[in-house]
Design a protein. Structure first.
Length: 367
């Protein structure tokens, strides 16, 4: 079992209550508002954000008629060649969800080349990493939860601290970036899904090719950091956010409105992602409020008052832009991907619906 599968298993029933309780809070004067602090044991503290993303990823898109007749939709290429933490082994449920909607799906385990993109309509890249920062398999003597000892948790966390540190090279070669940029300009469509440091940093050069400035950090509520202190606030879930339409965090856009009233997106869960700034022609779908910052650690999960930061008020957590004849969609949170297991843990969050709406926009069904 891969590390992602293990942290998903740990979330359990508690994650559902954490998100639900936040609904009782009055919104802060920010666009994306913070959740309630999330308590958890010290031995799993360093994996807290990953645990929370697994909950949001499980939300299921609203039941609807397939967008395309079976097997007649666009061809989607899943990138499996750049060390994605979230597309490993059999964890390809987004592929199943798209197949149910009529899409054709393929996988790529090598680099992007002109031949690899031939006949492809949409490329999907999720949380890429360079080889230097790729997480190894869990220690062989560590069983999956709930039979995991504190020593095993620490061994896994030590693995994370060893590889999720600077330098963070690009996950893509210059040749790959050039090929993708030209392919999109000629009519291709790209969905680039990030996550927090270091996945965001591994995609910075690719984003820059499309005029997108990506912050290689962890998006967090600056007001909460000031109130609790950086280390404590991060440990208590300072990166756990909800973008809401009523607060201006979810834009009024054809993508968020969907093709039918049942596809409308009013709330999006963001649990430990990154921020980016779109070029002038881009449209932000999820926008951070003025109090938000991006924490820029040297080593992931090592935060203190001296950790560098940058203001990300007005930056985006999700957005789209046209490039030449093609289209690009980008999100800072991997929880937009559906798990496809039918579990409705958080029906009030429409993460998976936004994923499907975005795919429809990339396919040309939504303008």
């Amino acid at each position: 079992m891969e590390i992602l599968d293990e942290v998903t298993a740990q979330i359990g029933q508690g994650g559902m209550r954490r998100v639900s309780r936040a609904r009782d809070l009055k919104p802060k004067r920010t666009v994306a508002r913070r959740q309630l602090p999330v308590p958890f044991r010290a031995m799993v503290r360093v994996t807290a954000i990953l645990l929370l993303t697994a909950v949001v990823a499980s939300t299921k898109a609203v039941a609807q008629q397939p967008a395309f007749a079976p097997g007649s939709g666009p061809t989607v290429l899943f990138d499996l060649g750049h060390n994605s933490l979230f597309l490993r082994g059999t964890n390809l449920s987004p592929m199943t969800r798209l197949q149910d909607d009529g899409y054709l799906t393929q996988t790529l385990t090598g680099p992007f080349t002109e031949d690899a993109l031939a006949g492809v309509d949409i490329v999907m890249i999720l949380a890429p990493l360079a080889d230097r920062n790729a997480l190894p398999p869990r220690p062989a003597d560590c069983p999956p939860p709930p039979d995991r000892s504190a020593e095993c948790f620490e061994a896994i966390n030590a693995q994370i601290r060893e590889v999720w540190r600077h330098p963070i090279p690009s996950a893509f070669s210059e040749a790959e970036i050039t090929i993708l940029r030209e392919w999109v300009g000629e009519g291709g469509a790209l969905l680039l899904v990030l996550d927090h440091f270091p996945m965001s940093g591994a995609a910075q050069e690719l984003g820059a090719a499309f005029g997108i400035e990506i912050s290689n950090g962890l998006a967090a509520d600056g007001a909460l950091l000031a109130e609790q202190g950086v280390a404590q606030a991060v440990a208590q879930g300072a990166g756990s956010l909800v973008f809401e339409r009523t607060e201006g965090g979810v834009a009024d856009d054809p993508i968020t409105n969907g093709r039918t009233p049942g596809q409308r997106v009013d709330a999006f869960g963001f649990f430990g992602g990154s921020a980016f700034r779109l070029p002038p022609q881009g449209r932000s779908l999820l926008t951070f409020g003025s109090s938000f910052v991006s924490l820029l650690p040297e080593v992931m999960w090592q935060f203190s008052e001296t950790t560098s930061r940058e203001d990300i008020g007005g930056w985006s957590g999700g957005g789209v832009l046209r490039v030449g004849q093609g289209r690009v969609a980008i999100y800072g949170e991997h929880g937009i991907f559906p798990r496809g297991d039918g579990i409705e843990r958080h029906p009030e969050l429409q993460n998976s619906q936004l994923f499907m709406n975005t795919m429809h926009w990339l396919s040309g069904l939504l303008d």
